[in-house]
Design a binder for this molecule. Structure first.
Ligand code: SF4
Length: 469
């Protein structure tokens, strides 16, 4: 007889850790008590509530040790590729080579949350606050949290400086484009490749179906493929190995393995009653799909362990989120991870998500040449097409998962959030009839918690009030 799953505090994790160890838990080399990350300066951790499983512990430890893993990869002779903006395409190419590890410097997006916008207690030459550096370069709060990336590069305190930096341009948000250009101006060499704004094919124009269901003109797919070719050549040069069709096809198969595991995990979490895994851990798991947190094999092992735990809970009819919770679809990633806890504290649960990188969750086509498959995947990015396409997919998923309400969380400073949220909310309301709340979630939401709570409670109440009507 095992205890029912719970959500626990960082403090309670100390005892839970001992208990799991006494029960024979075996951890990977990066394992250990969660509390040590607080000593490393991750100040937000005491404010979060966590799933109490060994699978969740491994997930958190994996996420919070990425920097160590990157340094270790470099020490072992691997080349490090910093992939910027495309979210889920170039890493598949990079991991097709055995001596390359890839990561997204964009992940600095969460630095203002995790460090609570303050310097770490471990402050040293290397751990100066990324935001202060961004401010000093004129990249202030009028930008989204990705501005922390600029400080992360200059301080060299958050990730190793990559051996190769790539960045997609063209249909890219103004924030990222301005910051990447600033990096280039500061002397960082960047290999740019272009992604055009995805348009719907004209009548009679040759079209290609993309992962996720959008259509694009065949000419756009061919263009993106031509843009990815120099990336392939740069990876070959960096690694000293050829990156042929067979290796790319194998890389795609491995990426799809991870994506299929995640697909099952998401489906179970969105549909089982009670919800078998908290929204926070599911968000972290979704993020792993983008770049495997610098270790593809370990990321796959984590998906497998999480899935095993979730399947067990579904079979037993147990979960850490209360039964009967309002089923909420969440749009956009939250600048403060605490917001995912807040939803559940207000009587909701996540029932569908679109965190701006749904194209990194869809299986990559395996029935066409690998470079074309990757071009199709890149063009399926919800951010490179019209908002109406994005809304279409959200509405489809709301119906598929049976969501009863929708949260659109605005990202502070994000150029696309000024209007896009309003457009999405109007389309979703009119097509699905579901209540929609649009709200900004700052990087540290504590000062706004009362107002966010009121809005979430109102949404939960309205969503439940519509049951059976
Ligand atoms: S959050 Fe929005 S504005 Fe910021 S980098 Fe991502 S897409 Fe761009």
């Amino acid at each position: 007889m095992t205890d029912p799953p719970r959500k626990i505090s960082l403090e309670a994790w100390d005892g839970r850790y001992e208990q799991l160890h006494a029960g024979g838990m075996v951890e990977p080399w990066y394992g250990g008590p969660l509390r040590r990350h607080l000593q490393d300066g991750d100040e937000r951790l005491p404010r979060l509530r966590y799933d109490d499983s060994a699978a969740a512990l491994r997930l958190w430890n994996f996420l919070l040790t990425e920097e160590d893993r990157l340094h270790q990869a470099r020490a072992a002779g691997k080349k490090i590729v910093g992939v910027m903006k495309d979210l889920g395409t170039v890493p598949v190419m990079a991991y097709s080579l055995p001596n390359v590890a890839a990561f997204y410097p964009d992940g600095a997006w969460w630095i203002p949350c995790i460090l609570e916008g303050t310097p770490s207690r471990r402050t040293s030459r290397l751990r100066t606050p990324a935001l202060a550096v961004a401010d000093s370069l004129g990249v202030d709060e009028s930008f989204c949290p990705v501005r922390a990336m600029l400080g992360a590069f200059l301080t060299e305190g958050y990730f190793p400086i990559p051996d190769l930096l790539t960045c997609s341009v063209g249909a890219t948000c103004d924030d990222f484009s301005a910051i990447a250009q600033r990096l280039s101006g500061l002397g960082y060499s960047i290999l740019w490749w272009e992604i055009p704004h995805r348009r719907r094919p004209d009548p009679g124009e040759a079209a290609v179906r993309l992962p996720g269901g959008f259509d694009a003109p065949a000419g756009q797919v061919a263009f993106v493929q031509s843009q990815l070719e120099p990336v392939r050549q740069a990876l070959e040069k960096l690694s000293g190995q050829s990156l042929d069709e067979g290796q790319l096809a194998n890389g795609i198969r491995q990426a799809n393995r991870a994506r299929r595991l995640l697909e099952e995990l998401r489906k179970l979490c969105f549909t089982a009653e009670p919800c078998p895994l908290p929204a926070l851990e599911l968000l972290i798991a979704e993020m792993l799909a983008i770049h495997f947190c610098s270790d593809r094999q370990e990321a796959i092992a984590i998906f497998e362990q999480l899935l095993q735990e979730v399947r067990r809970r579904v079979r037993a009819g147990v979960g850490p989120v209360g039964g009967g919770a309002a089923r909420i679809f969440w749009v956009n990633p939250v600048a403060d991870l605490r917001a995912m806890n807040l939803l559940e504290e207000c009587g909701g649960r996540v029932c569908g998500t679109e965190y701006l990188f749904c194209h990194a969750l869809d299986a990559i086509p395996e029935d066409c040449p690998p470079m074309e498959a990757l071009a199709r995947t890149a063009l399926a990015d919800p951010m490179v097409g019209p908002s109406a396409d994005r809304a279409d997919r959200i509405c489809r998923d709301i119906a598929a998962f049976g969501a009863e309400g929708v949260v659109i969380s605005r990202i502070p400073g994000a150029s696309h959030c000024a209007m896009e949220g309003i457009i999405l909310a109007e389309i979703i309301r009119s097509r699905t009839g579901r209540p929609v709340v649009e709200m900004e979630v700052p990087s540290v939401c504590d000062p706004m918690a009362a107002s966010l709570r009121t809005r979430l409670e109102a949404l939960v109440e309205t969503a439940k009030g519509h049951r059976g009507t």
